[in-house]
Design a protein around this ligand. Structure first.
Ligand SMILES: Cc1cc2nc3c(=O)[nH]c(=O)nc-3n(C[C@H](O)[C@H](O)[C@H](O)COP(=O)(O)OP(=O)(O)OC[C@H]3O[C@@H](n4cnc5c(N)ncnc54)[C@H](O)[C@@H]3O)c2cc1C
Length: 423
């Protein structure tokens, strides 16, 4: 059977490997960029956080987060690890369950996938952008930008989402699926840096802090996270900010509250400040928070609470100290926007999942059409969950199960070791 797969990113490569497991399948894998897995190379800051051992459906979002369940059940994290181990990839698990290649290089992941694609029944065409697809009797006709045309009996769309525009993210997958009758939700950037009022953060560019974050809309908490925050000239970034970014991107007006000393009680901080004053009475207010927070952050908080930096510590009043404590515990930054699809790691929203069978990822509208990965209305939390979805959904789609199953022999995909175990 002839199978065309559009997009050789994470899910497309997984789908191709799964589909090619059946020797009677001829797989045509089409990639518009010069090489496969370009976005993968940039993942995890070049280290590729390829999955997370704590993967559960609760780490996913979209109109129906439960949509991920069958794919994650059929191809869970252990399967992913087995799959990559069989391709020769060594991995290491870090605290929090994040899994990385042992080499610490994202290109190791891409390399082993490339090796696996190199088989007689996979025809990989890079530098080939598909600009149109249409249904024909018994399948699909695909047209490339350069005018080339291919016919296939089955089509898997794995074009990814709009996030990471400089790495190949775009609208192409949504457009192709819409042209076949599917619908797309509104798209938002997620796992993205937030723009905030810059008055306070401007002087903090490059400063990192461990904080507890709350996002509120009209004083109601809509999201919370804890972890590292990086201050930038436009606002805030870092893992904890990414966790809240989906909620911030989809909310109208939100305010970020940073507790910069989440493990410290107010009274303990106050007493630490009092000790500082009594022990070092000649110091100025600029050193009130020295040793407690990053120096620059400390000075900005002191200034923001209305204290002039050259005020002698001994002339600070009780109320002023309380105000400093309050600011440390709840630095408020109005969210004014985000860094858009260019800065985002993943797209929130996508092709309506109700239009696909979660057990097979086959379209309920167009028989023989499948989709996987970020193009669907599924996005995961920060920490390897998005790639896990790409692997699981790609492998499931590559099985080409569903109404058309009768034409398949034993295509149920298992990595070599799992097959041996089963035999
Ligand atoms: C900077 C960054 C860091 C990230 N880090 C992590 C991380 O550490 N862990 C994690 O889990 N997730 C991470 N992600 C998210 C993760 O990379 C994606 O969710 C995942 O790659 C999606 O897989 P996909 O196969 O759906 O799409 P992609 O991997 O984006 O692949 C889609 C492919 O389709 C191709 N394509 C698109 N349209 C066409 C067309 N018309 N014709 C031919 N080819 C086409 C594209 O060029 C691309 O190669 C990160 C994302 C970014 C941007």
């Amino acid at each position: 059977m002839k199978i065309a797969i559009i997009g050789a990113g994470a899910s497309g490569m997984a789908a191709a490997i799964a589909a090619a497991a059946s020797a009677t399948n001829e797989v045509l894998l089409l990639e518009r960029q010069a090489r496969v897995g370009r976005k993968l190379l940039a993942t995890g800051n070049g280290r590729c956080n390829l999955t997370n051992r704590q993967t559960r459906p609760c780490h996913y979002h979209g109109s129906n987060p439960d949509f991920v369940r069958p794919a994650l059940t059929a191809f869970p994290v252990d399967f992913t690890l087995d799959f990559f181990r069989n391709l020769g990839l060594y991995t290491v698990t870090e605290p929090g369950g994040r899994v990385y290649p042992y080499s610490d290089q994202a290109n190791s992941v891409v390399d082993v996938l490339r090796f696996a694609l190199n088989r007689p029944n996979i025809d990989l065409k890079t530098g080939t952008e598909i600009t149109g697809v249409k249904r024909i009797p018994n399948g699909f006709r695909l047209k490339a930008q350069n005018g080339e045309v291919w016919d296939a009996e089955r089509l898997i769309v794995t074009c990814g989402g709009a996030a990471g525009t400089k790495l190949g993210g775009g609208l192409s997958g949504y457009q192709l699926l819409r042209s076949l009758g599917h619908h797309c939700t509104k798209l938002y950037p997620s796992l993205v840096q937030l723009k905030t009022d810059t008055e306070l953060v401007r002087g903090l560019k490059g400063v990192r802090a461990n904080a507890a974050l709350k996002l509120t809309v009209r004083d109601t908490v809509i999201a919370a996270a804890r972890g590292e925050v990086q201050f930038t000239d436009y606002g805030v970034s870092g893992p904890a900010v990414f966790e809240l970014s989906r909620a911030a991107a989809t909310a109208e007006e939100s305010v970020l509250h940073l507790d910069l000393l989440p493990d410290c009680r107010d009274e303990d901080l106050l007493s630490a400040l009092c000790i500082r004053i009594s022990r070092f009475p000649t110091l100025l207010a600029e050193d009130l928070l020295t040793g407690i927070l990053h120096n620059r952050l400390g000075r900005i908080l002191v200034t923001a609470s209305g204290i002039t930096l050259n005020t002698p510590l001994t002339s600070l009043r009780w109320q002023q100290l309380n105000e400093v404590v309050e600011l440390c515990r709840a630095l408020r930054l109005r969210v004014t926007g985000n860094m858009g699809m260019e800065g985002a790691q993943v797209t929130a929203g996508g092709i309506v999942t109700a239009e696909f069978d979660p057990q097979t990822l086959q379209s309920r509208i167009v028989p023989g059409l499948y989709a996987a990965g970020e193009v669907l209305d599924v996005d995961g939390d920060c920490g390897g969950y998005n790639l896990q979805w790409a692997w699981s959904s790609g492998l499931l789609a590559g099985q080409l199960r569903g109404q058309t199953e009768t034409q398949q022999t034993d295509t149920s995909f298992r990595p070599e070791s799992a097959r041996h175990k089963a035999n």
